[in-house]
Design a protein around this ligand. Structure first.
Ligand code: FES
Length: 504
């Protein structure tokens, strides 16, 4: 398969489309409103419902169709290379708490799948972080030691199931992989059966904090709730300016059929080669090979070429694969490695956030569900402090990546305005570009019929200029990762308002 036009879409979405859920049309009062129906939002809502709270989930798009519907769906506590760093930055106890919290989340998901009788292709596998460069072996040995000391069943190995040699790998046994939508759609069904509420196509545009809190939707409906959880991947209503501590990263995925006998029997990731991640999933008599990689800042570079590069890598290393699917996902990397889960800001009493899971949102989102439920119901959780978004003590450690993140934003905010703009007439069908018309920068897409679609190129979040992703036919903001369709509708936040329409 080549990727010369656009992506085919997520395998998880195509094989588990799920039912349509209604939009919220009437005012509502609940104990807890959860904004966002991805893994973090649904896990939180489900746990809260089990704890006896009345809960409404408000999703701007569809349930588990955003980042969660495009993940690789590894459920593991091995997060590439995190434990050696955590041991140094948060101490041995911090590393232990991180390992325990993530491992507990995996076991909780296994229990839920079993309890609800969900057929979500749950499979236990070992997770590996490998390198092929002998120069990085010591780094891997240190990570294996740190992960083991943190309490994971981790070891350093040189043999894996991959069809090529590695210089070394960290192996953690007893991890898991699954079909994320089969699991989360079942969670949503159970939530509804227990009296919870789930609304799709319901965009929250206003949050008034207080006792109670009030949310307003883009159609003017009000939701009154004692507590509010913002689980929108990149937080909307960023009262604590968390965007300054998060870097958006887009990542590509290709998938296709391999013979069951060629299954590498594990979940793999390497930090080298622009990141490469490999897992498989049940696929009839065969297996589905899922390869992820080519990470980049949204709105930068040639995404078609990157898809081709990733497809070529998959075909070179798994020669009998027949690629059938291609899609992309987006992660937010926190500046100090640890996700931000807990009270929204220093003055928050009833608002909470879950964000910054890096590429590890499955275990991280499940962990967030348990953590936030404990906080909202007045319980205790050992790892509250580790994930507290209000943490200040890491400010010095975060400074280099914080400054780098802000320098990148400033570079895009100013530099992108200085770039020469092509004339509209030069745009071929299926392409988009930021052009200058009458002194304004417009984002213009020419559809396959030759019709131009024009919107303001100014991102409605904080005003950076968007850029066109030709492979996915979307406008992307390089500053904090907002994404819009070719008519300006928000596909992914933190922006909540569409790009303004323009005549051309
Ligand atoms: Fe923040 Fe666009 S996402 S300015």
């Amino acid at each position: 398969m080549t990727q010369n036009s656009h992506v085919s879409g997520s395998y998880w979405l195509q094989t588990a489309p799920g039912p349509d859920r209604p939009a919220l049309t009437d005012d509502l009062t609940v104990d807890v409103a959860v904004i966002g129906a991805g893994v973090a939002g649904l896990s939180t809502a489900w746990e809260l419902t089990r704890a006896g709270k009345s809960v409404a989930v408000l999703e701007a798009d569809r349930v588990a169709a955003g980042v969660t519907g495009h993940t690789t769906a590894k459920v593991t506590a091995l997060h590439t290379l995190v434990y050696d760093k955590l041991r140094r930055t948060r101490g041995p106890e911090g590393a232990r708490l991180y390992a325990r919290s993530q491992s507990e989340a995996i076991e909780r998901a296994a229990w839920i799948a079993d309890e609800l009788g969900v057929d979500c292709d749950w499979e236990r596998r070992s997770a590996y972080t490998y390198v092929r460069d002998a120069g990085r072996v010591e780094e891997l040995r240190a990570e294996a030691r740190a992960a083991h000391e943190a309490g994971l069943p981790a070891s350093f190995v040189t043999e894996t199931g991959l069809p090529f040699p590695v210089a070394g790998a960290v192996k953690v046994t007893g991890q898991a992989q699954f079909h994320p939508r089969k699991y989360l759609l079942a969670l949503a069904d159970d939530l509804l059966a227990r009296g919870g509420q789930v609304y799709e196509h319901t965009t929250v545009v206003g949050l008034e904090e207080g006792e109670p809190c009030r949310l307003t939707t883009d159609t003017g409906v009000t939701v009154t709730a004692r507590d509010v959880v913002v689980a929108t991947h990149y937080p909307v209503f960023d009262r604590a300016l968390l965007f300054a501590r998060l870097s958006p990263r887009r990542e590509l995925v290709v998938a296709g059929t391999i013979a069951a006998g060629r299954d590498p029997d594990g979940m793999y990731i390497t930090p080298d080669e622009g990141t490469r991640s490999v897992r498989t999933a049940p696929h009839g008599e065969d297996r589905l090979l899922v390869v992820t990689g080519e990470h980049f800042t949204p709105g930068t570079g040639n995404t078609r070429a990157r898809f081709q590069h990733l497809s070529d890598w998959a075909a070179e290393h798994f020669p009998d694969v027949t690629l059938t699917h291609a899609w992309a996902t987006q992660d937010n990397d926190p500046t100090d490695t640890v996700p931000l889960v807990g009270p929204f800001h220093p003055g928050a009493h009833h608002t909470y956030v879950a964000t910054g899971f890096g590429g590890w949102g499955m275990s991280g989102g499940m962990m967030a569900g348990r953590l936030l439920t404990a906080q909202i119901t007045g319980g205790t959780c050992e790892w509250s402090e580790l994930y507290d978004p209000r943490r200040l003590r890491s400010a010095v450690r975060e400074a280099p990546s914080f400054l780098k993140t802000q320098a990148e934003v400033a570079r895009h905010f100013v530099g992108d305005r200085l770039r020469p703009a092509p004339p509209v007439e030069s745009l071929p069908p299926g392409e988009g570009a930021v052009v200058r018309v009458g002194g304004e920068r417009l984002a213009v897409y020419r559809d396959e019929a030759g019709q131009p679609h024009a919107v303001s190129a100014r991102c409605t979040h904080m005003g950076c200029l968007v850029a066109f992703n030709a492979a996915e036919r979307a406008w992307e903001c390089p500053c904090h990762g907002s994404r819009f369709d070719t008519d300006g509708k928000v596909v992914q936040g933190p922006a909540v308002r569409p790009l303004e329409q323009r005549d051309i």
